[in-house]
Write a protein that binds this ligand. Structure first.
Ligand SMILES: Nc1nc2c(ncn2[C@@H]2O[C@H](COP(=O)(O)OP(=O)(O)OP(=O)(O)O)[C@@H](O)[C@H]2O)c(=O)[nH]1
Ligand SMILES: [Mg+2]
Length: 487
């Protein structure tokens, strides 16, 4: 019997080879005859055909190269190492910045690592059925079914056992994209980053904001299943079409895309044996088998295998948050420095023997302002740089004298109380304006460029000198009045 089948396969192979050889020969013969006919054509036509063939060849080559070109790698969040982040947080703490939430995040990172449990976050926009999915996924939990009627307001963690028997914790989080729910959305996002893997729930085709959310998860390297919930609302064809479109939009980001039916209430009317009808409401039976299987594949490596990737996402997010805190601290501190120097400039202006209309930047003060702002931004500046900067600033102020005086005059008119403080007020206000402008120009340049760019700062100074917006005039008027009163 086995012999028969072997002989049979040999026969098939022989026939196949013969057919192939025949085809090859036929093609060769055809090519040769075409070449012969080609040679009999007039020279002009031969050239024309040759050129058309060359163009076709070139076109297909280009298309081939384009098709096979190396694709741009998707950007991935990269975290600096942990000790660097810890140092930066410590530094902020030393400056009285509130770093409580950053420290809590670090502690939670360790706590979860030690626990050895798999952590899954169920994430997505509001009302797509996240809580209902969790109720179906984690048997025997009460709280979720209580929350089913309403919107989830807080992160809730449910302990249980994954479909493949690992100890796991599933996080139910508030839905994103809720109007006015920015704080809750941040909470949900942080929880998604803390998880080893994410179930992203949607309830139909991806909207633009949902696609952005998926890319965000991909950026942080989250193992990802997209659960397209409420599948009971579509026919099989519709459902398959939706899954296909999501796969195209999701750009290879998710590890799997599955349809689910988490539950929800269904209503229908039923005819009773006695001929009457009754309205029936009942909970739909969930169907999440595909999701279970996808999750099993996702967490097959276990908590240890997924931990490095998880830690990277948490640290990358901590890096971003720390950077934001540092920037906020620097902005506030720069504001304090600018105000301090503006006060001194006002005092200096009033002390001048004969305050005239020629506004020359007070050199020592301006140098001190530039140095303090540079130190705040971690930039070292030399005397020569400062000198050049002052020269530029003096020039800008001199050419802008009339503008500065006009703005100061407006302030005096708008806040008549200022005039009663005596002579020289116009001059004092002009100095407040100049130092406020110089300080903000320098701070902005340092924050944007990371070094002292004299030209850029000069341009910013010029436009700030002319900025006579009402809120600014009020702020500087208050400052001038305060300083003159304290005098
Ligand atoms: N038809 C249908 N409805 C469902 C399904 N799953 C959930 N729902 C309904 O969708 C609504 C929202 O469900 P939730 O589980 O509260 O949704 P959620 O995503 O947790 O909502 P938030 O916590 O507000 O973000 C409820 O009325 C559910 O009954 C489903 O598979 N099919
Ligand atoms: Mg919910």
């Amino acid at each position: 019997m086995a012999d028969m089948s072997r002989r049979f396969r040999l026969l098939i192979a022989a026939i196949g080879i013969a057919a192939l050889a025949w085809l090859l020969l036929a093609t060769l013969e055809r090519a040769l005859s075409m070449a012969q006919r080609f040679m009999t054509l007039p020279l002009g036509i031969r050239w024309l055909i040759g050129m058309v063939l060359a163009i076709i060849l070139l076109g297909s080559l280009t298309a081939g190269v384009y098709w096979l070109r190396p694709r741009k790698a998707r950007p991935q969040a990269k975290a600096p190492n942990r000790s660097t982040i810890e140092e930066r947080i410590e530094d902020l703490r030393g400056r009285d910045v509130d770093v409580e939430s950053l420290l809590t995040e670090l502690k939670e990172l360790d706590r979860r690592q030690i626990s050895g449990r798999i952590h899954i976050a169920v994430f997505g926009e509001i009302s797509v059925g996240k809580s209902a999915l969790i109720a179906a996924l984690v048997p025997g939990i009460r709280t979720v079914s209580d929350a089913r009627g309403g919107t989830t307001r807080d992160v809730a963690l449910y302990d249980g056992e994954s479909p493949d028997g690992q100890a796991w914790t599933v996080a139910d989080v508030p839905g994103s994209a809720e109007a006015g729910g920015e704080a809750r959305e941040r909470m949900a996002r942080d929880e998604a980053l803390r998880a080893h893997a994410v179930v992203y729930v949607c309830a139909g085709d991806l909207t633009r904001s949902q696609a952005t959310e998926l890319h965000w998860l991909g950026y942080f390297g989250k193992p990802l299943v997209v659960a397209v919930n409420k599948a009971d609302q579509w026919t099989t064809q519709e459902r398959d079409a939706i899954l296909l479109r999501i796969a195209q939009h999701a750009d290879g980001m998710p590890d799997a895309i599955v349809a689910t039916r988490a539950g929800g209430e269904e209503r229908f009317t039923r005819k009773l044996p006695d001929g009457t009808v009754e309205d029936v409401r009942r909970q739909r039976k969930p169907d999440i088998d595909d999701l279970r299987q996808a999750i099993v594949r996702l967490v097959a490596q276990g908590a240890d295998g997924l931990e490095a990737q998880r830690a990277n996402a948490v640290l990358a997010s901590l890096h971003e948050r720390t950077t934001e805190s540092e920037a906020a601290y620097r902005t506030a501190e720069a504001e304090r420095i600018v105000t301090r120097y503006s006060r001194r400039a006002i005092v200096g202006a009033m002390a001048a023997v004969a305050p005239g209309t020629d506004l020359i930047v007070q050199g020592a003060l301006a140098a001190g302002l530039a140095r303090d702002l540079a130190t705040l931004h971690g930039v070292t500046v030399g005397d020569i740089e400062i000198e050049a900067l002052l020269r530029e600033a003096r020039m800008t102020v001199r050419t802008g004298t009339s503008v500065v005086l006009a703005v100061a005059g407006n302030a005096l008119k708008a806040f008549p109380g200022l005039g009663t403080l005596g002579g020289g007020v116009l001059h004092a206000f002009a100095y407040a304006l100049i130092f406020d402008s110089l300080g903000h120009a320098l701070a902005a340049t340092l924050a944007e460029r990371g070094h002292l760019d004299g030209k850029e700062a000069g341009e910013k100074l010029r436009s700030l000198l002319a900025d006579g917006s009402a809120s600014r005039l009020r702020r500087l008027t208050d400052l001038t009045r305060e300083v003159l009163r304290d005098r």
